[in-house]
Design a binder for this molecule. Sequence first.
Ligand SMILES: NC(=O)c1ccc[n+]([C@@H]2O[C@H](COP(=O)([O-])OP(=O)(O)OC[C@H]3O[C@@H](n4cnc5c(N)ncnc54)[C@H](O)[C@@H]3O)[C@@H](O)[C@H]2O)c1
Length: 269
Amino acid sequence: MAEVEKKLEGKVAIVTGAGSSGPGVGTGKAISILLAREGAKVILVDKFQDRAQETLDLIRSEGGEATIVVADLGQIPECQRIVDEAVAIYGGVDILINNAAMSSSTSLLDTTPELYQQMLAINLTAPFMLSKAAIPEIIKRGGGSVIFITSIAALRGQGGAKGSAAYSASKGGLHGLMTDIAAVYGPLGVRVNCVAPGMINTPMRAGVLAKSGLDVETLNKALAKRTSLGIEGTAWDIAKSTLFLVGPDGSYITSVLLPVDAGVTQRMG
Ligand SMILES: NC(=O)c1ccc[n+]([C@@H]2O[C@H](COP(=O)([O-])OP(=O)(O)OC[C@H]3O[C@@H](n4cnc5c(N)ncnc54)[C@H](O)[C@@H]3O)[C@@H](O)[C@H]2O)c1
């Protein structure tokens, strides 16, 4: 049987937050693995070496190619360094996946200026600066793809009694950033899209739910029931949508905000 052609052979991808903040699979880890399976060489960016190492080990065990770059995205100069490292190691950049984020269930009134600034720095400023550094490299390769992993929190609020005003604001900012740069750099072959996860069962979400003091398993089941499909989402659902958008199957798609949420935004407003 003929070997199936890999969709991202020869491409170089940067994925931020490529580890998982706890046991299990976060979206950055799942995205990195799927991109590598399709032949991309992946720059695994994470604040913590050990988290990225797990992803690297999984990719290498499948025969894929990846390199870790440890960086704290809260530091603006790190964004240019990440892109410079990708160019030095793999010769260029074709795909940028802005996935890393922090979250906090903190109401508007309880949000300190420090928390607000930290949230915006990691969730919005870093993707902005990484795009600024990566897009010239993507253009040099004749075009490519930028993804912002946002959240349905930017469409309908975070939910819960407190909400998460700074988180929702940071994710909403990414939608505006996408719309602007997709229009400007589209003629140069750069496609820019947002993937907005719904209620996805990842280590980050488990951490937030655990702080509520309620049973995480029970809560996950209750949240799944609120969706139109009635099922729980996993990091792989986000990774598959991301792969579709960045690969050749998404070649006519740009400036799209894709909720991957089993219909919960549509159903609950
Ligand atoms: N899980 C959900 O239900 C959900 C819902 C909506 C949106 N999202 C979004 O999906 C993305 C990933 O979420 P997840 O649940 O997989 O997260 P996760 O916590 O499992 O993984 C995030 C990774 O990012 C890294 N990271 C965090 N801050 C960093 C920094 N300053 N510099 C470098 N690396 C950093 C962490 O070390 C971790 O490895 C985030 O953008 C999140 O906002 C998740």
